[in-house]
Write a protein that binds this ligand. Sequence first.
Ligand SMILES: *Cc1c(COP(=O)(O)O)cnc(C)c1O
Length: 817
Amino acid sequence: MTAVDLEFDQLNSTADALRRSISNRMMYGVGKDAVTARPQDWLHAAALAVRDRLVARWMKTTRQQYEQDVKRVYYLSMEFLIGRTFTNALLALGIYEQMNEALASLGVDMGALTELEPDAALGNGGLGRLAACFLDSMATLAIPGFGYGIRYEYGMFRQQIVDGEQVETPDYWLRAGNPWEFPRPEVQYVVHFGGRTIQRDGHVEWIETEHVNAMAYDTVIPGYGTSATNTLRLWSARATEELDLSAFNQGDYRRAVEAKEHSENVSRLLYPDDSTPAGRELRLRQEYFFVSATMQDLIRRYHRTHSTFGRFAEKVAIHLNDTHPVLAIPELMRLLVDVHHVPWDRAWQMVQQVFSYTNHTLMPEALETWDVDLLTRLLPRHLEIIFDINADFLKQASEQVGHDIEVIRRVSLIDEYGQRRVRMAHLAIVASQKVNGVSKLHSQLMEREFFSDFARLFPDRFTNVTNGITPRRWLAQASQPLSSLIDARIGTHWRTDLLELTKLRELKDDPAFAAEFHAAKRRNKIRLAQRLLHDMGCTVHPDALFDLQVKRIHEYKRQLLNVLHVIVRYNRIRANPEDDWVPRVVVFAGKAASAYKLAKTIIRLIGDVGEKVNHDPLVGDRLKVVFVPNYGVSLAELMIPAADLSEQISMAGTEASGTGNMKLALNGALTIGTMDGANIEICEAVGRENMFIFGLMAEEVVELRASGYRPRRIYEENEALRLALDQIRGGYFSNGNPHRFSDIFHTLVDWGDHYMVLADFAAYAQAQEAVDARFRDSRAWTASAIENVAGMGRFSSDRTIAEYANEIWRVKPLDVQ
Ligand SMILES: *Cc1c(COP(=O)(O)O)cnc(C)c1O
């Protein structure tokens, strides 16, 4: 076929043009008309009209990437917590108002429509959301970047609270179709599992494998205020044979489709946690599945413009978002050595030039390892490659450290204690040219404590890149009242240069600005209050202090510290109801991993405490406790702008960075927090006097543990705390049922209180007093809130991505013409 010039309709962005586009898309895309269209159909048609406007930019960006022969970044992540796309795309294209007008002229309310869009919840929490913010920033900075992951059919489970308990239901987010993705049935790769290896003609062959196809689905990622767009490519599993024909011919229909079902399971669902043994093999299959397809895909793309591997390292950067994609390392080695016949040493050199790795946690139980026996069965060739890498590495290491057997044991890629296991973080460090932590503290702990042996072996490898968040979603989109106020005062440029926000500092003593700022916050609080009333029948007063702890439920994040303080406050209010109490609404939201029993009990406790407190006539509006179910990106966008106070109270040394802390401060919430993760840097940026810092520092936690921490003694000595704990144990919040919360009591008092909740309690309660005092002085509070917004410029993910691009990936922005 000869190339012809296709003729397109020129898609301009007036309301009138959009209206025609929507009508066209309704007719020719959805196959309905205005009479039969349901709201869902309008959303679909409108989304297609928006997508049409992105596609031209997308084609152009791709073409320019090839023409400029750019270096590309491949961002590999098991999770992308994207949320909704519709409003985000409208803002990126600058057609929000026009679309609103177009839909209104068709008799459709855009606000209601946007609420129908399901969240793309292909992630658990912070790590997945970070990946989504990075996609946004890479596109906005015109960095030629590709996200690669898995197209889970079922994303993060939906959380309902039934009789006080978390109940998980599947999230079939694709039910109504996904207008944002393009299926690419022509882009498929075979992914192998099992089998064995043989030597043939001086090369290793991996034979007798089972296989599954990985099929690509592409999503356009628009940059903000630029025509640059990027691609998120997600892999879906397809059986290599649709049917077992022999079984089918024998009339056994069920068996004929069974194998297909089985192999397609690999992209069925997002793991809500990876700690359950039953799911581990499937989880490993998922990890290998997506990195194998990705490595094959990026080699193919490289070979479209290069005939040898000579410039591979100049043109490719591969980033590992935590250890989940680390099998990309042995997979790339396998493809280079076994398939493309590159000599081992040359291949290893290339691998070490292209990979980089971000560590996201130092908690030992969260560091990923894989059983050698499982790998032998599932990925025998990769295990051989890992052993060979390890042999070379340990040889080199022992030359460097002078045969110190203890060091060698510690750094080995294989954990030899008990069942042999492969340490994925070690493999990532050994193969990467750069390894980074996600906040200054975290990177320091990584270098000085947890991976200090590696830091000595590879002194130039470790670095820090503090996390960030995209201001487009987390301020411009989430808080229309605040962002239009900021626009009116300092212009609109902050969306792509967040440091512009420092200009707000000069306005903090301007009474008119302060009043408008307060009013914007109040509007966001009313919006949340209305939702709480509508969804949960829960009445809260918008002038109360809105105190939010919204994040996954985990012991280290210490929702329990918050609940204990709530109970103590409740008891004090009951004792002295006539005192001058600052009215508070304490809001929690977050999911507990389905296998994490204690986290689920914490949810139950929050609910039970809320039941008691909220129905106590003696308390009234002085205190409300609300657990909002099904926390996710869209709920975060609604809740975060309404916060006065941001709870960031993890035990110091456990929260690698946090990004919720950044979203809340950017929206003018004051932080009550420990010196942990990025809180430390937020404190530097906004001023300690504008935060409520309390509790043990990371090194004090270590010292206290070493010197013998005795939580029971704190329980015995702090009367108010003891009463609260006794109430929890005694059934005061559980209708006299003493068993419901006994694990919580014992965890804190008798079983070591691993996260030092009791050790930090008194300091926390005192910091909460300071919160009340500041809130009473509304002007001082608002001034601090403004200081928070003004200081958050450096926490834009644009800054984060610029650092990755310059210091780790060494890629340049595309020259967008
Ligand atoms: C930002 C975000 C997180 C991370 O919150 P942390 O407080 O940093 O743990 C988790 N889930 C969602 C939906 C988010 O938007």
